[in-house]
Ligand binder design. Structure first.
Ligand SMILES: Cc1cc2nc3c(=O)[nH]c(=O)nc-3n(C[C@H](O)[C@H](O)[C@H](O)COP(=O)(O)O)c2cc1C
Length: 401
C-alpha cells in the first residue's frame, strides 16, 4: 500500500522541484494600479508561499497594455514591473514554494469593468468609452484576430495585421524574459477562457483567410508561435505550462485540444492546464451543469492522447478527490482556485485528511513545528511520525538564509 499520498509526492519539471502536487490556480484579483503589483499582491500571494502548496500562480498578467481585462490588471510589458515581482518570488523561495506567472492578453475581451463593477451581462464593456490604456498612452483600442465583437453590445475590435501578430508573439517572449529576471519558476501561457490565443483557435472568433485562419492548423499557428517565442526567452531548465479551454461554446472540441496539445509538446511545452469555455458571454447553461471535477475528463484525455503532463482544475475541493484524480492517472498536478481562497491552509488539512504520517506538507517551521506537536497530541503518535512541517534539510536552508 502507498504510504505517501500522491498529492504529497514531489514532481520535478525540468530543473524545477515541486514539493507536492497542489497548485494555486491563477486568479485575477483586480487590485493593480497602472499594471503594477502592490502590498495587496505581496500579502495575498505571500500567504500561499507559506501555506504548503507546491506551486502557486500569479494571476493572468498582461504582455501588452492593450490586453488588460480591466484597468486593475497586472502587467509585465516593461522592465520596471520586474522588481516588485522579484520581492514576491524571493519570499516564495525562502519558504520552499515554487511560484509561476500566467502571461495573457485579453484581445477583444479587454477593457472591461471588474466583475463587481459590471452591469448585467453584455453591458460591462460600456466602461470602455473614453477609457485610456492602462499605460496611459492613449485611447484603449481592442484588437483580435477578426473584427468581431465578443458579444452583442460589446465594442468591435480591430483585426490584427500579420506584422502585429508577430509583435504580440514577441511581446509574450519579452514578458517571459522578464519573468525569468524576476526569478519565477514556471511560466503559464493563457490560451483559454476566450482571450486572445483562444480567439485565434476559435472558428467563431477567427474568420481570417490568411495563414492564421481557416483550418485548425492555421488557427493554432498563433498559439504555437507564442510557444516558440516564450521558449526562446524562457530557460531550458524551467517548465512551460499552457492553459487551454479544452472544449468551448464556439465549436472547439476535445479532439482539437488534443491536436493543439500534441503540437505544443513539440514546442517544449511541459504541462497542459485543462480548463474550459469562455467564448460566450452567457455561460449560465454551463454553470448549471458544473459538478465536482467537471473538467477532469479533459485533463485525462489530453494526458492519454497527447502524451503530455496535465493539470486538472475546476471544483476540486476535497483531499480524497484530489488524490483520486492523481491516482487514476487523470492528471499530474491538481490546481485549486476558490477552495484555496476559502482556505489557504488547505494543504495542511489535506495532509491530515489523507492520513499523512510521514514527512511534510512543506510548511515553514513557524507553523509546522506547532502543528506537528498538535497533531501528535490530538491524534496520537510522536511528532516525528506525524510530521506535517518541513523536512529537516529544508529547515536548515531556511535558518541559513
Ligand atoms: C476570481 C477569479 C479570478 C480568476 N482569474 C483567472 C486568471 O487570471 N486566469 C485563469 O486562467 N483563470 C482564472 N480564473 C479561473 C480559475 O483559475 C479556476 O480555473 C476556476 O476558478 C475553477 O477552479 P476552482 O473551482 O477551483 O475555483 C479565475 C477564477 C476566479 C474565481
Amino acid at each position: 500500500m502507498r504510504t505517501t499520498p500522491l498529492l504529497f509526492t514531489s514532481l520535478d519539471l525540468r530543473g524545477v522541484h515541486l514539493k507536492n502536487r497542489i497548485v494555486l490556480s491563477p486568479m485575477l484579483t483586480y487590485s493593480g494600479h497602472g499594471g503594477h503589483v502592490n502590498d495587496w499582491h505581496f500579502t495575498h500571494l505571500g500567504k500561499y508561499a507559506i501555506s504548503g502548496v507546491g506551486l502557486f500562480f500569479v494571476e493572468s498578467t498582461n504582455v501588452d497594455a492593450a490586453g488588460c481585462t480591466t484597468s486593475s490588471d497586472l502587467g509585465l510589458w516593461a522592465d520596471d514591473f520586474i522588481a516588485p515581482f522579484k520581492r514576491i518570488v524571493d519570499f516564495a523561495h525562502r519558504y520552499g514554494a515554487a511560484i509561476g506567472i500566467q502571461l495573457g492578453h485579453s484581445g477583444r475581451k479587454a477593457a472591461s469593468g471588474t466583475p463587481w463593477e459590471r452591469s448585467p451581462a453584455g453591458e460591462g464593456s460600456k466602461l470602455l468609452k473614453g477609457l485610456q490604456r492602462v499605460d496611459n498612452t492613449g485611447p484603449w483600442e481592442l484588437v483580435a484576430p477578426s473584427a468581431l465583437a465578443h458579444a452583442a453590445g460589446h465594442p468591435v475590435p480591430r483585426a490584427l495585421s500579420v506584422n502585429e501578430i508577430h509583435q504580440l508573439a514577441d511581446a509574450w517572449g519579452q514578458a517571459a524574459a522578464r519573468a525569468e529576471h524576476a526569478g519565477f519558476d514556471v511560466v503559464e501561457v493563457h490560451a483559454g477562457h476566450g482571450y486572445l490565443i483562444h480567439q485565434f483557435l476559435s472558428p467563431k472568433a477567427n474568420r481570417r483567410n490568411d495563414e492564421y485562419g481557416g483550418t485548425l492548423q492555421a488557427r493554432m499557428r498563433f498559439g504555437l508561435e507564442v510557444a516558440d517565442e516564450v521558449r526562446r526567452h524562457w530557460p531550458e531548465n524551467k517548465p512551460l505550462f499552457f492553459r487551454i479551454s479544452a472544449v468551448d461554446d464556439s465549436g472547439l472540441t476535445i479532439e482539437d485540444s488534443v491536436a493543439f496539445s500534441t503540437a505544443l509538446k513539440t514546442k517544449g511545452v511541459d504541462v497542459i492546464d485543462c480548463s474550459s469555455a469562455g467564448m460566450a458571454t452567457d455561460n449560465s447553461h454551463l454553470l448549471a451543469h458544473l459538478r465536482y471535477g467537471y473538467q477532469v475528463p479533459y485533463a485525462r484525455q489530453v494526458r492519454a492522447e497527447a502524451g503530455i503532463k496535465t493539470m486538472a482544475v475546476g471544483l476540486i475541493i476535497h483531499a480524497d478527490h484530489a488524490e483520486q484524480i492523481l491516482q487514476s492517472g487523470s492528471a499530474d498536478l491538481v490546481a485549486l482556485g476558490r477552495e484555496l481562497m476559502h482556505n489557504p491552509n488547505w494543504p495542511i488539512d489535506a495532509a491530515l485528511k489523507l492520513g499523512r504520517k510521514a514527512s511534510a506538507a512543506g510548511l515553514p517551521q513557524a507553523y509546522g513545528y506547532w502543528l506537528d506537536k498538535r497533531a501528535a497530541a490530538a491524534f496520537g503518535g510522536t511528532p516525528s511520525t506525524f510530521r506535517i512541517g518541513m523536512e529537516p534539510e529544508q529547515m536548515e536552508r531556511v535558518k541559513l538564509e
